[in-house]
Write a protein that binds this ligand. Structure first.
Ligand code: FAD
Length: 478
């Protein structure tokens, strides 16, 4: 389920062995933008499901450098100079994305939309002012301005040179551009194993293999543990979104700077006006009750049941220092992820850095966002990551068969590792209740009807098909 619809097109899957210069794994914003900038006919994209079916599918799609209070967080976890570099990269990336959309004449409902940051807690006013001070010191035109809706806040500030769009319309056009350039995109083609042989990578799908000189991981959370050790460098944040009807279109987006995050934007089609209400953001390790999280969003935005059109959740990676992880991880192997829920800007940034690295060109940002960097944030946050991984592993084992609806029995367990979901028609759907990624227990998400892993956010449908990584395997019963 998603607010963003993409035009349907006939897709192709890989049906024979091939050899390419660069294999891009993942068909979200990062993967397609990397292929666009690389512009190499001897490259291809493989996507396990369909283009845009990952985190990109349920993004709020605000193209902005006003990212709650990210710059003061980066300053305190690294230093001011790194925060300045990150700010510069985001301002440039907003411009780069807009230039690309205009140059290619991509119809994706792009609207210039002012962005606001605000706080709904009086005690956080000084934090808000600190962020605004940093932005002003770095030549950003930000001014005090009331929110255009009646929403509890103690102060709000706005910038004007930011945008909103429809990310799946954008991806569909980018797909067409790549097709016209003869760059192949193989959908429903999952990479399940990679081997290094004679200075090349051999990448296996279920039935075929791809030999590649370079590999780019554009898979969001990587499905492998080494060498990045992502669970010790980041956590996953889940947010809940409710899409409602709204009587009039308001051209602004806003986000509060304190936890839990609440954010909103509007979207208009020829026939309808929608409001995206996002809230109840939390580390997936510490909250598994989706029903309660959706209720919190309903209460916070005072949503009436009759206005609800869709409800869904989405997760993204939060890195220890709030900066993305972009660059080389091994010989001829690259990654771009860790966008801290700001992937519209960071995916284009990642695409440009990786293109330069593959083409052996200088890139002014490659050192700062190097995925193997170690700084004080890694040391400060290490105990937190150890605690959250251990906590989520243990609670996932305890809670894996808990039903949050006290009065409806939707599933039960057989033995230790088999769970059953009984659908509205009484049909039983049995799965193996163990995440293939690192062995955590899975918790049934009764709102979206899927099995979610609280540890690193893999997701499986009721029949056990993996619909979101890092797991690269299904949980079907053999
Ligand atoms: C609630 C929420 C709201 C957000 N709102 C905003 C916003 O307003 N503005 C903003 O800038 N950012 C926002 N973001 C962040 C942004 O949506 C993401 O960072 C971005 O979409 C990530 O894109 P991606 O291409 O890197 O990953 P994805 O879109 O997840 O793409 C990765 C793809 O890789 C594929 N894949 C995985 N493993 C394999 C494999 N083994 N073989 C082949 N394919 C594979 C997956 O199927 C998937 O399609 C938000 C994030 C969240 C969670």
């Amino acid at each position: 389920m998603s607010l963003w619809k993409k035009e349907e097109y006939k897709h192709i899957s890989l049906e024979n062995d091939i050899e390419v210069n660069t294999l891009i794994i993942g068909g979200g914003l990062t993967g397609l933008l990397t292929a666009y900038y690389l512009n190499n006919k001897s490259s291809c994209i493989v996507e396990a499901r369909r283009v845009g079916s990952g985190v990109t599918k349920n993004t709020t799609a605000k193209i902005t450098y006003l990212q709650e209070r990210i710059y003061t967080k980066i300053s305190s976890l690294t230093n001011k100079s790194k925060a300045r570099i990150y700010l510069q990269s985001q301002v440039e990336s907003v411009k780069d994305l807009i230039n690309l959309i205009e140059k290619e004449k991509i119809d994706c409902d792009l609207v210039k939309t002012p962005s606001y940051i605000f706080t709904d807690k009086k005690s956080k006013l000084s934090k808000l002012k600190e962020e605004v001070y940093f932005l002003k010191k770095n030549n950003i035109e930000i001014s005090k301005s009331s929110l255009p809706i009646n929403y509890k806040n103690y102060a709000s500030y706005k910038v004007n040179d930011t945008y909103t769009f429809n990310p799946l319309k954008f991806l569909t056009k980018l797909y067409e551009i790549l097709q016209n350039r003869n760059i192949k995109i193989y959908e429903q083609t999952k990479i399940i194993k990679i081997k290094r042989e004679n200075n090349k990578y051999i990448c296996f799908t279920e039935n075929n293999k791809i030999i590649a000189s370079n590999i780019v991981f554009a898979t969001n959370y990587p499905y492998f543990l080494f060498p990045l050790l992502m669970p010790l460098k980041s956590h996953l944040e889940k947010s809940h979104m409710i899409i409602t009807k709204y009587p009039k279109y308001l051209n602004f987006s806003c986000i509060n700077i304190n936890k839990p995050t609440y954010s909103t934007r509007f979207y208009k089609t020829n026939n309808n006006i929608y409001r995206i209400c996002l809230g109840s953001s939390h580390n997936t390790s510490f909250n598994n009750n989706d029903k309660k999280s959706f209720s919190k969003v309903i209460n916070e935005f005072k949503i009436q049941e009759k206005d609800i059109i869709m409800e869904y959740s989405n997760t993204d990676i939060i890195t220890s220092d709030y900066m993305p992880l972009i660059g080389k991880i091994k010989e001829s192997m690259y990654i771009s992820c860790g966008y801290n829920t700001w992937g519209m800007t960071n995916s284009i940034l990642g695409a440009k850095i990786i293109t330069d690295l593959i083409n052996k060109k200088e890139n002014k940002y490659s050192k700062t966002f190097n995925p193997k960097r170690i700084n004080k944030s890694n040391i400060i946050k290490l105990p937190y990551y150890i605690l959250s991984n251990t906590y989520s592993y243990i609670t996932s084992k305890i809670l894996k068969n808990k039903s949050w609806y006290k009065n409806i029995k939707t599933h039960y367990k057989i033995g230790n590792d088999i769970s059953v979901y009984i659908d509205e028609n009484g049909k039983e759907h049995k799965v193996k209740n163990k995440c293939p990624h690192l062995g955590c227990g899975l918790i049934f998400n009764e709102v979206e009807k899927c099995w979610d892993c609280p540890c690193h956010s893999s997701r499986f449908d009721i029949d056990g098909n993996c619909i979101k990584g890092p797991s690269n395997k299904d949980i079907k019963l053999k």
